[in-house]
Write a protein that binds this ligand. Structure first.
Ligand code: NAP
Length: 299
């Protein structure tokens, strides 16, 4: 079995990586939040510890997955944001180069400024805030310095259920579970949802097919927060009891003060060109996600 070291996999996406790869690869998985029995502790901001861990395991691939993903946290803790989301990527590049192994880096659709309707791999990023900038600097470093790499850009992530999902779907479900009957949803944010399980499977396919380089990797179909919320309510069978009140981002200006692009829709052009796009339509993925992770609330 080939060996993969996965760093920063205690979160939403890490859960899917573990699930999709564990049967076919020998894994060592770490995070600063050791919330599973298959995780060990590693703070990848500490270069020597990171290097020591990887050398001891001697993997065939290094997945650098973790990051600070809370945009507001990154605005308020700029130094930590860049140390976590950029500097640690430089360590990952150096370690993987020394071992002559490929590096996987997970980037984000949020690196674009949102002025275009849709972005493919040839479009020029123009990050708006510290989260996006720190992630884009990581991308640039990998592209310029890694000898062997895959960069995959995810969109609006959904996955891992109540315990680990930190994003939109969980926030909406939490409000519903708490008894909220009117949901305030923004009508001015467009994007492409990305189911963590699809993302991890597609990464696995790229590895099996020995592909390298930069890939957009989002679920199919263009949408926005408003449509996703309506679909979610419909899938939960709550159309009659839960109402959506459309608002603009101004409504959440205090809570979500980090600047976000109006549009972060991605096209998986490179995956399509290679015939390796197995990302499903976001509606199908959302339906499966709810059935698998929230069976008690799907009617
Ligand atoms: N979530 C999204 O919508 C989204 C979209 C596009 C791309 N991405 C990218 O996808 C990757 C995975 O994100 P995710 O959604 O799984 O986020 P997540 O649920 O927040 O998981 C990230 C994990 O990394 C850990 N981490 C933070 N600093 C670390 C450090 N210094 N050393 C080791 N682990 C550390 C976090 O621990 P703590 O929780 O204790 O901080 C957390 O367990 C990230 O690179 C992110 O930028 C995410």
């Amino acid at each position: 079995m080939k060996k993969i070291y996965m760093a920063g996999v205690g979160g939403m996406l890490g859960e899917a990586f573990y699930k999709q790869f564990k049967g076919d690869y020998e894994l060592r998985c770490s995070d600063i939040d050791v919330n599973e029995e298959w995780l060990s502790y590693l703070d990848f901001r500490e270069e020597q510890s990171y290097r020591k861990e990887i050398l001891a395991f001697n993997p065939d691939f290094l997945f650098h997955v973790g990051a600070h993903t809370d945009l507001e946290y990154c605005e308020l803790h700029e130094k930590d944001a860049y140390e976590t989301n950029t500097r640690s990527v430089e360590y990952a590049v150096s370690i993987s180069n020394d071992l002559n192994i490929p590096l996987l880096y997970v980037s984000t659709a949020g690196i674009f400024d949102g002025k275009k309707d849709v972005y493919d791999e040839t479009d020029q990023p123009n990050p708006l805030g510290h989260y996006a900038r720190s992630k884009y600097l990581g991308e640039i470093y990998v592209q310029e310095h890694a000898k062997d790499f895959i960069i995959c850009r995810a969109g609006w992530m959904m996955g891992a259920g109540m315990k680990k999902d930190k994003k939109f779907i969980k926030k909406i479900i939490k409000q519903i579970v708490d008894g909220e009957k009117v949901l305030h949803i923004v009508n001015d944010k467009l994007g492409t949802p990305t189911y963590t399980q699809d993302f991890a499977s597609n990464v696995k396919l790229l590895i099996e097919k020995k592909q390298r380089g930069l890939f957009n990797m989002v679920c199919g179909g263009f949408t926005g927060r408003l449509e996703v919320a309506h679909e979610l309510i419909q899938l939960l069978g709550l159309r009659d009891s839960v109402k959506v009140k459309e608002v603009t981002s101004e409504f959440f200006a205090e809570e979500y003060f980090a600047e976000r692009p109006e549009c972060e829709r991605l096209l998986n052009n490179r995956l399509d060109d290679l015939g390796l796009n197995i990302m499903r339509d976001w509606r199908i993925a959302l339906k499966e996600y709810l059935a698998d992770y929230y069976p008690s609330i799907v009617k």
